[in-house]
Design a protein around this ligand. Structure first.
Ligand SMILES: NC(=O)c1ccc[n+]([C@@H]2O[C@H](COP(=O)([O-])OP(=O)(O)OC[C@H]3O[C@@H](n4cnc5c(N)ncnc54)[C@H](O)[C@@H]3O)[C@@H](O)[C@H]2O)c1
Length: 367
């Protein structure tokens, strides 16, 4: 059963998972012609009630009720990574499109299950991150496509922090399988690189762990200690199908850095891009032989624009086309990240990426 949206009608959204990031989404989803958030639910009902009150969402309901509500076209899945596949599969079984936070699922096998279930029912899957849709990385992708740095040769992407306990009041899940810096920060780095350089062909990785326990640093539970169950510093090499080679480092073990966040170097120039988790600029271009960098003009995208991918998916559903921050891209990103982990666990060596992915261009055709 496919669920089509009549032209001009907003997509009716049910939010599942009313935690830390949900407020950032709800602040940004202010496009009544495209999306209408009609209900919210959480495994902890008090969170759904508080979110409905704070953001004027008409109904706070149980998850089962939300899924059974025939009025809802799309489930926005903002649960923790361990719940992504389960909630997405339940939403698809209930005949709803899904937009999920990253990673698409806890494993590639689960991701395939989600995508196959959606395809069988004629439903669409969207997946964060959506920063590559922001004006900053989009402008960089255009410059590369237009030959501004010649043929891309190499890239560096760094997602390095001292850890999410600096801002998250319940950071434990980010140190459990399904998260860690590789699965939490990695999706930003890999989707930005894929947007700039095309599909990844093979990967290798190595990791370490700075500490075996950490402490909650903010909120009511500050001071409470918890175990670290994943590597917290992961270095990776990515070989792209079109020939470029990239270094990707994701870390929760870096207290400060002056490393640029994302750079692409080509045969005739270098492009310093916005960070992989930024929607706006700045960006800088230096052509071979030039004295220094010129700033690239980028309009807009400042601040936290999370939800841009869902808004784009809303328009895509209205137009009957695939979303750009798609489940297929989320699957390619997950295969890359799992490949890095597999290479690390084997003690090194390249892992081939079996399924490539070409980005959907603005308006729905393949880039
Ligand atoms: N916090 C951020 O700044 C941030 C930024 C970008 C992406 N994300 C991603 O967003 C997702 C959510 O992160 P968060 O920080 O909001 O986490 P959180 O722990 O603060 O909130 C998750 C919420 O989901 C609920 N939940 C979990 N499993 C559920 C289920 N099966 N059914 C119903 N409710 C369920 C929890 O009760 C909780 O309220 C994660 O995938 C994370 O990687 C978070």
């Amino acid at each position: 059963m496919s669920r089509s949206i009549a032209p001009g009608r907003p997509v009716r959204v049910g939010l599942v998972g009313c935690g830390n990031v949900s407020g950032q989404y709800l602040l940004n989803l202010d496009a009544p012609a495209v999306l209408d958030v009609v209900a919210c639910a959480d495994a902890q009902p008090a969170r759904a009630d508080a979110t409905a009150r704070a953001f004027g969402i008409p109904r706070a309901v149980a998850v089962d009720q939300l899924l059974a509500d025939d009025d809802i076209d799309l489930v926005l899945n903002l649960t923790n990574p361990a719940g992504h596949a389960e909630v997405s599969l339940a939403a698809i079984a209930a005949g709803k499109h899904v937009y999920t936070e990253k990673p698409l699922a806890g494993s590639l096998a689960e991701a395939d299950e989600v995508l196959a279930a959606a395809a069988a029912r004629g439903l669409r899957v969207g997946c964060a991150p959506d920063t590559f849709l922001g004006p900053g990385l989009r402008r960089c992708a255009e410059l590369i496509a237009d030959g501004a740095i010649g043929v891309p040769v190499s890239a560096n992407a760094f997602m390095m922090t001292a850890g999410p306990e600096a801002f998250h009041p319940a950071p434990e899940f980010l140190y459990q399988p399904g998260a860690g810096p590789l699965m939490d920060g990695g999706p930003y780095g890999v989707s930005a690189l894929v947007a700039l350089l095309g599909p990844v062909a093979s990967v290798s990785g190595a990791s370490t762990r700075g500490r075996d326990t950490r402490s909650v640093l903010t909120g009511a539970r500050a001071g409470s200690r918890f175990p670290v169950d994943v590597p917290t510093h992961v270095a990776a090499l990515l070989r792209f199908a079109r020939g470029a080679v990239a270094t990707l480092v994701t870390s929760f073990d870096v207290h400060g850095t002056r490393t640029p966040r994302l750079e692409v170097h080509g045969t005739t120039g270098s492009l310093i891009c916005p960070a992989p988790n930024a929607w706006g600029g700045p960006a800088f271009l230096r052509s071979a032989g030039a004295e220094g960098f010129d700033e690239v003009h980028i309009d807009g995208g400042e601040g936290n624009r999370i939800g841009m991918g869902l808004l784009e998916m809303g328009s895509a559903l209205q137009q009957g086309r695939a979303p750009r921050a798609s489940g297929d891209l989320g699957r390619h990103v997950l295969e890359v990240l799992e490949g890095i982990r597999t290479s690390d666990e084997r003690g090194g060596g390249a892992v081939d990426i079996r399924h490539g992915y070409e980005l959907v261009a603005e308006g729905g055709s393949r880039a």
